[in-house]
Design a protein around this ligand. Structure first.
Ligand SMILES: [Fe+2]
Ligand SMILES: [Fe+2]
Length: 472
């Protein structure tokens, strides 16, 4: 009652503050997405995917809340105000992963957290209860992100030399804080009773923004996928796991190796989807939100593959995890064509021979973790096919036209299998026998000679077992 009898912020003030929080979550989402493809470190690639989705979830919740607060026109898709724009442009343009993460996890997210905590402290708990619930939920997600960031930065502190210049990092993050204060983010626009009633008075009194350090030239998305040193031989197309998976001659237990490989390889999907999202940033927010959920799911599927190999006691870094799908799509197709290929592939996973088949194989395999992962992977893919029907198929007269276009786009993508070999980028080494032998040791069974002899590669067949129609 002591809290409830106090007056609080006006609706107008709440809306201004919530909008600022929304802008920050919305833009951080796309800043993180923009880093996924070119970030080599697997843990950061997947963390950026998760954190981008968490930001998208919070931005969506804030949009919905603002729309409840007597606020048409909403103005939620407007560019940020100058202070926030300055800070976000600088963060987006940060050169190098270490400087970016130092600013994001060491300054920007802590500032955002402080703003959320301040909001909870000053908004009227009864009158503004729906916003307060939302802000407290945002804090849960934010604290997960900050926990990850704290451990990351703590690990980097032990490194000599440090991964980025500490004095540059501290000067620059100070400038970011200055820009956030100028934007009024930290304290919203809340004024004690009797203060200057002009809504912009807090902002107007702030010092001018520092000179731009990294964002003088606009940031450019880098479409080339990069991987860390554990991902060796990324041009390798020496094993076709689909050919193994659909061959009834092989055991379900052995097929789990190909299932985990296929899951791990899915890190190429976020690498590709990031390029669609960045190029489609002016599309409706609902599109960006749905596609970001899918992007995180695909990163999660990749983590399932990694975890699956760890659970089996197999060193996954021995296996070449190919990146030519994201490389070729990002460099050969437009955003709409890439989306077409994605939808065509995911729709192809829906019939009995697709995700249900993978789940049945996993169930028969005697590897319970594979069954759990394939079960949820299947559920996720059903959701992705729905997202495709809502956001891609609607551009076509019907589903068949949409599918035919996706098939055509995929056929146009040059696999360059032969060129990679000729250029010495890979020998297309057949890695299957070594991995299979390692698994047989773990399972304490002798390798089956027929299974050991599997040597189907990607020279002729693409992943849906259709022939490439391109020259190679
Ligand atoms: Fe997937
Ligand atoms: Fe998917």
């Amino acid at each position: 009652m002591n809290q409830a009898i106090q007056p609080g912020m006006a609706v107008e003030e709440c809306v201004a503050w919530l909008k600022r929080l929304h802008t920050l979550f919305r833009d951080l989402h796309l800043i993180l997405v923009g880093r996924i493809t070119s970030e080599p470190c697997f843990e950061l690639k997947t963390a950026f995917s998760l954190h981008a989705w968490l930001c998208a979830e919070q931005a969506t919740a804030l949009r919905n809340r603002v729309s409840e607060l007597r606020e048409p026109p909403l103005g939620l898709d407007l560019p940020p105000e100058p202070g926030l724009a300055w800070a976000l442009d600088e963060l987006r343009a940060a050169p190098g992963t270490a400087l970016f993460c130092t600013a994001l996890y060491g300054a920007v997210l802590p500032t955002l957290r402080q703003s959320l905590v301040s909001y909870c402290a000053v908004s009227q708990p009864l009158a503004d209860a729906p916003s307060l619930r939302l802000v407290r939920h945002a804090l849960l997600d934010l604290d997960d992100m900050l926990d990850f960031g704290r451990r990351l930065l703590l690990g980097w502190e032990q490194l000599a030399p440090p991964p980025c210049d500490p004095s540059l990092a501290s000067t620059w993050t100070g400038e970011l804080q200055q820009a956030f204060s100028a934007s009024g983010l930290l304290a919203g626009t809340h004024r004690p009773p009797g203060a200057d009633p002009s809504p912009d008075s807090t902002i107007a009194r702030q010092p001018p923004l520092p000179a731009r350090r990294f964002s003088q030239t606009p940031w450019q998305f880098d479409p080339l996928p990069r991987r860390d040193a554990r991902f060796r031989d990324p041009y390798n197309g020496g094993v076709n796991p689909e050919a193994f998976l659909y061959d009834p001659a092989f055991l379900a237990r052995d097929k789990t190796l190909m299932l985990f490989y296929k899951r791990l390889r899915e890190i190429d999907v976020p690498e590709m989807m990031a390029s669609i999202l960045v190029e489609s940033r002016d599309k409706p927010w609902e599109f960006l939100h749905a596609m970001t959920r899918q992007l995180w799911d695909e990163a999660r599927h990749s983590l399932m593959g990694q975890v699956g190999f760890v659970a089996l006691g197999i060193d996954w870094t021995q296996i070449p995890v190919n990146f030519t799908w994201s490389l070729n799509l990002n460099t050969q197709l437009t955003a709409q064509e890439r989306h077409a290929v994605l939808f065509f592939i995911e729709q192809g996973l829906m019939p009995r021979t697709g995700k249900r088949f993978e789940w049945e194989v996993a169930q028969q395999s005697g590897v319970p973790l594979a069954a759990t992962f394939q079960d949820f992977d299947w559920a996720d893919e059903v959701l992705h096919a729905q997202i495709g029907r809502e956001w891609y198929v609607t551009d076509f007269p019907d589903l068949n036209h949409a599918l035919a276009y996706g098939d055509r786009c995929w056929s146009r993508v040059m696999s360059h299998w032969r060129e990679y070999l000729d250029q010495g980028l890979t020998q297309h080494h057949n890695w299957w026998p070594d991995v299979y032998r390692q698994a047989c040791q773990v399972w304490n069974t002798p390798p089956d000679p027929g299974t050991l002899a599997f040597r189907e590669n990607y020279s002729q067949l693409r992943a849906d077992l259709k022939e490439f129609s391109s020259s190679d």
